[in-house]
Ligand binder design. Structure first.
Ligand SMILES: *Cc1c(COP(=O)(O)O)cnc(C)c1O
Length: 388
C-alpha cells in the first residue's frame, strides 16, 4: 500500500514533547504500577442530569435532525448573550456578536484562517495551549512568542513587545485564567492590552475557557469585554466544556467585535455545518440553570487544590496557590529539567504530571498538575508525592 507523505504544514508541526513521558508511562505501567494521571485537564465529574435531560428532549424533535445554522441557533446565541450580561455585565447583540462553536478549540483553530494572510505575524503568549501557534501556522502566518514569566505574574510584558512587532502583528493570543500557569488577569491588565491594541490595530483573541473555575467568589475572573473599547479589537472564546463538565459534547462560543465574529462565521460556513441543535438546546439549559451546580464543582476543585498545594509545600516544591483554572503550576526542584523531574516522579510514584516545557520554552523549569481526577485518587497521588 502506498505511504503518502503528509503536507508540509503537518511536517512542520512542533515535535510531540510528551513522547518521552508517554514512553516512560508505558514502561512503569508494564511493571504493574498503578498509574495516577494528573496530566490531562478533562473534568472527571459527569455532566449534570438536567442538561442530559434537556438533550434527550431536544434529540426527539425532528427539526433538530436537520442541518443546523453554521453560526448557531439564535436561541443559543441569545442564551450566551444573557449569560454574559448576568455574569460579566457585558451586553451582546446575539445576532451580530455571538457565534456558536463546536467547542472553542474549533473556533480558535479556524479563526486565524479568517484574518491571517501568508506571512502575517501573530503574537502568542507562551507557555500556551498549543492550538494557538498551530492554527497561525496552518493559516500560513508567523508566530512571535511573548514570554509569560513568574516575575511578571505570568502576564505578558506589553511594553517589552517591540514597536515593530506591535505594528506588524495582526493578532495577539491571550488566555486567562491561564492554561498551563493558572495565572489570572485583572481588569487593569485587559484595559492596558485593549488600549495598546487599539493604537496599533491589533486583534486581541482572549481564550476565557476557565473563567468559571475560580476558587473564591472574591477572585471571580473578568471578561476582556468588560473593558471600555474592547469590542473595537477583541474576540473572546468561551466554552461549556470546563464550566459544566461537557468536554465531550463539543459546544462553545465566540463573542465580541462583530466583524471578527462574522469572519469566523464565514470560515465555518465553508468548513462545517454547525453544532447539533439538540446540543445547543442542552447548552441553553446549562447556561440558564447551571450556576448552582457549578458552585458545587468549584468546591470540589478547591478541596483538591488545597490538598495538592499542602502536599507540595510539605515536600518543599515551590508554587503559587492558584485562584482559578483546574491546574497547579509548580517549579521543578533544582538540578532537574522539567522532563527529568516528571520522568522521575513517574518512575518513583506512578504519578503522571506534565512537563512545563511541553507548552513552550518559558515553561522549562515548571510542571503542571491537573485537578481533574476523582478526589480519592488525587489524595492517593498526594500521599505518594509527599513520601518522595
Ligand atoms: C480546555 C480548553 C479549551 C476548551 O476547549 P473546548 O474545545 O471548548 O472543549 C480552550 N482553551 C484552553 C486553554 C483549554 O484548556
Amino acid at each position: 500500500m502506498a505511504d503518502f507523505p503528509f503536507a508540509d504544514r503537518l511536517a512542520a508541526l512542533p515535535p510531540y514533547l510528551f513522547a518521552g513521558i508517554d514512553k516512560a508511562k508505558a514502561a512503569v505501567a508494564a511493571r504493574g504500577v498503578d498509574i495516577i494521571s494528573l496530566g490531562i485537564g478533562d473534568p472527571d465529574m459527569p455532566t449534570p442530569d438536567f442538561i442530559i435531560e434537556a438533550l434527550h428532549e431536544a434529540a426527539r424533535k425532528p427539526a433538530n435532525h436537520q442541518y443546523p445554522s453554521y453560526v448557531g441557533m439564535l436561541s443559543f446565541r441569545q442564551a450566551v448573550a444573557d449569560w454574559y450580561g448576568r455574569r460579566f455585565g457585558v451586553s451582546l447583540d446575539a445576532a451580530e456578536e455571538v457565534v456558536t462553536l463546536i467547542g472553542s478549540k474549533e473556533g480558535i483553530a479556524h479563526f486565524p484562517m479568517a484574518f491571517i494572510n501568508p506571512g502575517d505575524l501573530a503574537l502568542v503568549c507562551t507557555p500556551n495551549y498549543p492550538v494557538y501557534n498551530v492554527a497561525v501556522n496552518f493559516a500560513g502566518g508567523e508566530v512571535e512568542y511573548v514570554p509569560l514569566t513568574d516575575e511578571n505574574d505570568f502576564l505578558p510584558d506589553l511594553d517589552a513587545i517591540s514597536e515593530a512587532s506591535w505594528t506588524r502583528a495582526k493578532m495577539i493570543f491571550v488566555n486567562y485564567p491561564n492554561n498551563p500557569t493558572a495565572a489570572t488577569a485583572s481588569k487593569e491588565f485587559y484595559r492596558k492590552l485593549v488600549d495598546r491594541a487599539r493604537e496599533t490595530g491589533t486583534i486581541v483573541l482572549n481564550d476565557a475557557a476557565y473563567t468559571e473555575m475560580y476558587f473564591d467568589p472574591a477572585d471571580k475572573p473578568c471578561s476582556i469585554l468588560e473593558v471600555p473599547g474592547a469590542k473595537d479589537v477583541a474576540i473572546e472564546f468561551h466554552s461549556l466544556s470546563k464550566t459544566f463538565n461537557m468536554t465531550g459534547w463539543r459546544i462553545g462560543m465566540a463573542v465580541g467585535n462583530p466583524s471578527l465574529v462574522k469572519g469566523l462565521g464565514k470560515i465555518k460556513e465553508n468548513v462545517d455545518s454547525g453544532a447539533f441543535q439538540a446540543v445547543q438546546e442542552a447548552g441553553i439549559a446549562a447556561l440558564a440553570q447551571g450556576e448552582p451546580l457549578v458552585d458545587g464543582f468549584r468546591k470540589v476543585y478547591r478541596e483538591r487544590r488545597d490538598a495538592i498545594c499542602a502536599a507540595l509545600s510539605k515536600i518543599g516544591i515551590s508554587h503559587r496557590v492558584p485562584k482559578a483554572s483546574v491546574f497547579v503550576w509548580a517549579k521543578v526542584p533544582q538540578g532537574f529539567t522539567s522532563a527529568e523531574f516528571c520522568t522521575s516522579v513517574l518512575e518513583r510514584t506512578g504519578v503522571v504530571v506534565t512537563p512545563g516545557n511541553g507548552f513552550g520554552a518559558p515553561g522549562e523549569g515548571y510542571f503542571r498538575i491537573s485537578l481533574t481526577v476523582p478526589t480519592p485518587r488525587l489524595e492517593e497521588a498526594v500521599s505518594r508525592i509527599a513520601s518522595l
